[in-house]
Design a protein around this ligand. Structure first.
Ligand SMILES: *[C@@H]1O[C@H](CO)[C@@H](O)[C@H](O)[C@H]1NC(C)=O
Ligand SMILES: *[C@@H]1O[C@H](CO)[C@@H](O)[C@H](O)[C@H]1NC(C)=O
Ligand SMILES: *[C@@H]1O[C@H](CO)[C@@H](O)[C@H](O)[C@H]1NC(C)=O
Length: 429
């Protein structure tokens, strides 16, 4: 859901179509809690925690995962929760591949202004990732003080898209705070999913990726490459706001010359196609769900706060920061001994795997050469034993997962494989 400045057909399906006619006929068995933290003057951040619900272990024996959505401005409490990894799906039915089976899950609507988070004035929106990180540190401090029982459980940050850029910056600040003793938690690692770590490497590989998958002809490749080159020039000159505008232009060029390819998944995953064909009767959007039954259940959302799937004001406040790379932050994490995982969907275009490989090769990390020389290992798709669903490779503190037949939202495209990856990263398999 990151950075789709316009609403293409695929994003409409992914973001807006929610069928609910069951109400809360399947109430949750697991414990949950939620609340607001005032992270700055006039900036109120909403969080929602589900305690792990496993038949074989109590939540205190399982890890805690914080999930960060993209955008910036995409709501984890809405999208990540009901469309990807939460205990209930968009029909409010139990999700078969819910991550809550193996960890407690903390959703946070960040940066402030996203989802149910809100600000008292427009001046309070974050304008850079440093503010995003310091805001989150305030929230985490308060969270771990209030929920003391989580101070000792392994804490992981998982992320998607722009959430990855935020996760990297937050992880670095968190590591420093834990070292200084100003925040008590057992930080165990960060996982960067289809993440916006090096925006330029993503944009520069759009053409080659589409060309090699028969989605561009030579004419189209030239058009996309020249639009991407303009983005590169702006980035090279440090004109980041202009780079964001040109990035958006490049997206339009891609859509024009590729016959309207879906930026989130060049081949629509089966689930997406099926959603296209379901009768639109009795349909409610995710926004109707969040502003209707969910708001009522939560009971603490101020009257004047309306949930939106993608807060445009949050995105535009961050637009001068959007195209800046944070590869150096990943290097600093590795130097600090943090376990870092990169995972990416094979069919994702907006953050394609080629671009991820490209920035990984720019790391100054001492282990890079050994990592590059290693062979990857194939993983069975838990849904289809005997069929490869992913590859992975780990060297010291760094891992890479290549998730097959998944687009930008890996857990909603390949739920069983994503769950298997969660178990491996959190050392439960
Ligand atoms: C919403 O109302 C609260 C008081 O209930 C106020 O403090 C806040 O500034 C308002 N926010 C907006 C965005 O109008
Ligand atoms: C990082 O992962 C390794 C396994 O690859 C594990 O032994 C180590 O404890 C992890 N580090 C932290 C801080 O959890
Ligand atoms: C992780 O990185 C730290 C710092 O470079 C290093 O001391 C540690 O041995 C690494 N962990 C593993 C599992 O290699």
């Amino acid at each position: 859901m990151m950075g789709l400045t316009k609403t293409s057909a695929c994003s409409v399906v992914l973001l807006l179509v929610v069928a609910i006619d069951t109400g809360f006929s399947n109430p949750l068995k697991s414990k949950e809690s939620w609340g607001y933290v005032d992270v700055r003057e006039g900036a109120h951040m909403f969080w929602w925690l589900y305690y792990a619900d496993s038949p074989s272990a109590s939540y205190s024996q399982l890890p805690l995962v914080m999930w960060l959505q993209g955008g910036p401005g995409g709501s984890g409490c809405g999208f990540g929760n009901f469309e990807e990894i939460g205990p209930l799906d968009r029909d409010l039915e139990p999700r078969k591949n819910s991550w809550v089976q193996y960890s407690s899950v903390l959703f946070v609507d960040n940066p402030v202004g996203t989802g149910f988070s809100y600000t008292d004035s427009d001046e309070a929106f974050a304008t850079d990732v440093a503010t995003v990180a310091s805001d989150m540190l305030v929230l985490l401090k308060q969270f771990f003080n209030k929920e003391e029982q989580f101070q000792s459980v392994p804490f992981y940050i998982f992320s998607e898209s722009y959430g990855g850029k935020m996760a990297a910056a937050i992880s670095l600040e968190l590591t420093k705070a834990v070292e200084k003793g100003t925040l008590k938690c057992n930080f165990a690692g960060v996982a960067l999913g289809d993440s916006w770590i090096s925006p330029l490497d993503s944009v520069m590989t759009w053409g080659p990726y589409l060309y090699s998958t028969s989605l561009l002809d030579d004419y189209g490749l030239r058009e996309v490459s020249s639009a991407a080159e303009a983005v590169k020039q702006a980035v090279d000159q440090g004109q980041y706001l202009k780079a964001t505008e040109l990035w958006s232009v490049t997206e339009s060029v891609v859509e024009q010359v590729s016959g309207g390819v879906c930026l989130l998944s060049v081949v629509p995953p089966t689930a997406l196609l099926m959603r296209h064909h379901i009768s639109p009767l009795h349909r409610q959007s995710l926004s109707q769900l969040m502003n209707g039954p969910i708001r009522k259940k939560l009971g603490i959302i101020p009257q004047n706060v309306t949930w939106g799937g993608q807060a445009e004001a949050v995105f535009s406040s961050m637009s001068g920061d959007f195209m800046k790379p944070v590869v150096d932050v990943v290097d600093q994490l590795l130097d600090a001994g943090v376990n870092v995982t990169v995972y990416n969907g094979q069919l994702d275009l907006i953050v394609d795997t080629m671009g991820q490989e490209q920035w990984v090769k720019q790391l100054k990390w001492v282990g890079l050469q050994s990592f590059s020389q290693m062979k990857w290992t194939a993983l069975d798709d838990p849904a289809f034993p005997g069929v490869t669903g992913a590859f992975y490779k780990t060297y010291k503190n760094f891992s890479f997962y290549w998730i097959l037949k998944a687009g930008h939202m890996i857990p909603s495209d390949q739920g069983p494989m994503a769950l298997q990856m969660l178990k491996m990263i959190t050392q439960q398999d």
